[in-house]
Design a protein around this ligand. Structure first.
Ligand SMILES: Nc1nc2c(c(=O)[nH]1)N[C@H]1C(S)=C(S)[C@@H](COP(=O)(O)OP(=O)(O)OC[C@H]3O[C@@H](n4cnc5c(N)ncnc54)[C@H](O)[C@@H]3O)O[C@H]1N2
Ligand code: MOO
Length: 400
């Protein structure tokens, strides 16, 4: 391992190797999870017409005294053209939620505030008079036509997809998905379905990385396990590096006799760094091939792999996709965390009912089972910490 670099330097080096992904038109039904690469504007006023918000009757509010008896002139369904409210006093038009407010009317009486007096009449039953605008969602009261509603760099979740749909963006411009390959390593690791021998364990990291990436909107095309044979590793990695934008290898990046992934990657690409002053995840490394394929070597310990995927790999993918820089939230911790002179620490935590962070330490970075029910991890920079509880630290959640 080369000499370790601080976390801030690892961030800077990764940032300098971000290559923006191309933009492509993406059908809206497939756009969830992608990064938007264009501005979405309101193509009409929002709402586009004076919208009735209740099922009931459109009237002139000034005529709706308690006990007033109205005559229903006609019925108008949502989507139908609207006739004006007839001029005679105490006229009403029966409307539906979503109908356009008839010209001449300025308020809606809901059915619940009336008693029907046969087919064509009802009595207004409220004790307080109706006010103009009651039950009406006025045209452009949310946003006028042309207003920018989403900026390039937004992540397309359900809210954003709904806004894009309502503004007619059937195929918004999005970032192209990167081609991703994920590999695990280690001959002691057996498939999940297998019964492990006494010194074997099941492969879990592949599932962890694949799931974390998929949840962040980056499905992997290839997920596979490498044997510890260096020649096989070299051949498979060479193909994967040629065919993908991002390659992630979990394990075999430390100092063991079979930890030859760094050596193999040095042959195939350019080492940017190997070794970061952090816990867990010290032996993490990053390589590139002709500045085109990005290659992460993540430490094999499951907690290290999980944290490094969230702390480095997903932010790198989001930056390549053109995502706006996320603001880093902070939370007060209920624990004391004495400063460490040179390691940045990533500490799993759970939220207390009061919204503070209670540390949920693992025994070591192989103790993944103790992460159950944790929310994510706090980041305590080197030399930071606290001697009293309720200091704020930035945090990251396992789920966005
Ligand atoms: N002499 C030193 N030894 C170690 C150092 C060091 O600095 N000097 N660093 C330690 C640290 S920190 C870590 S983290 C690990 C990382 O080692 P590797 O990346 O080489 O990972 P492996 O040795 O292959 O595996 C570590 C551990 O994790 C288990 N593992 C690996 N892959 C998976 C998987 N897909 N699913 C589940 N579990 C997995 C593996 O069986 C090992 O128990 O090195 C320390 N050693
Ligand atoms: O720093 Mo290693 O990633 O703890 O186990």
């Amino acid at each position: 391992m080369s000499s370790k670099i601080p976390v801030s330097e690892a961030d800077r080096l990764l940032q300098s190797h971000v290559h923006p992904a191309p933009s492509v038109r993406c059908p809206l039904e497939k756009a969830a999870g992608r990064v938007l690469r264009e501005e979405v504007r309101a193509d009409r006023d929002l709402p586009p017409f004076d919208r009735c918000m209740l099922d009931g009757y459109a009237v002139r509010a000034a005529e709706a005294e308690p006990g007033a008896i109205f005559t229903i002139a006609a019925r108008i369904h949502a989507g139908e053209d609207t006739a004006p409210l007839p001029a005679p006093r105490l006229s009403a038009l029966e409307i539906m939620t979503g109908s356009s407010l008839p010209p001449g009317a300025d308020a809606v009486i809901p059915y619940e505030s009336t008693t029907s007096l046969g087919d064509n009449q009802f009595r207004f039953e409220e004790s307080a008079p109706l006010s103009p605008e009651d039950g009406v969602h006025r045209q452009a009261s949310d946003y006028p036509k042309g207003t920018p509603l989403l900026s390039a760099g937004s992540l397309l979740g359900p809210v954003e997809v709904g806004i894009a749909a309502s503004c007619g963006y059937a195929e918004p411009l999005c970032s192209q998905l990167p081609r991703i390959a994920i590999f695990g390593t280690g001959d002691e690791l057996v498939p999940v379905q297998a019964s492990p021998g006494p010194t074997q364990i099941r492969r879990s990291n592949l599932y962890v990385i694949e799931n974390a990436l998929a949840s962040a909107g980056f499905p992997a095309g290839l997920v596979s396990h490498l044997s510890d044979d260096i020649r096989t590793q070299e051949q498979i990695l060479a193909c994967a590096i040629a065919e993908n934008d991002l390659v992630i290898i979990s394990g075999a990046v430390s100092r063991g006799k079979r930890d030859r992934i760094p050596e193999a990657l040095d042959q195939q690409g350019q080492r940017i760094f190997h070794g970061v002053s952090q816990r867990p995840g010290k032996p993490m490394g990053f390589w590139t091939k002709r500045n085109r394929t990005a290659i992460f070597g993540l430490p094999g310990n499951p907690v290290s792999t999980l944290i490094a995927t969230h702390r480095y790999v997903i932010p790198f993918l989001l930056a390549c996709a053109g995502a706006a820089n996320p603001s880093r939230p902070t939370v007060e911790t209920t624990d004391t965390v004495p400063p460490h002179p040179d390691l940045t620490r990533f500490l799993p935590f759970q939220f207390t009912p009061e919204g503070k962070a209670r540390l949920q330490p693992t025994n070591n970075s192989g103790d993944y089972a103790r992460l159950a029910n944790s929310a994510g991890f706090l980041e305590i920079p080197a030399q930071s910490g606290n001697t009293a509880p309720l200091t704020s630290f930035s945090y990251q959640l396992w789920q966005r």
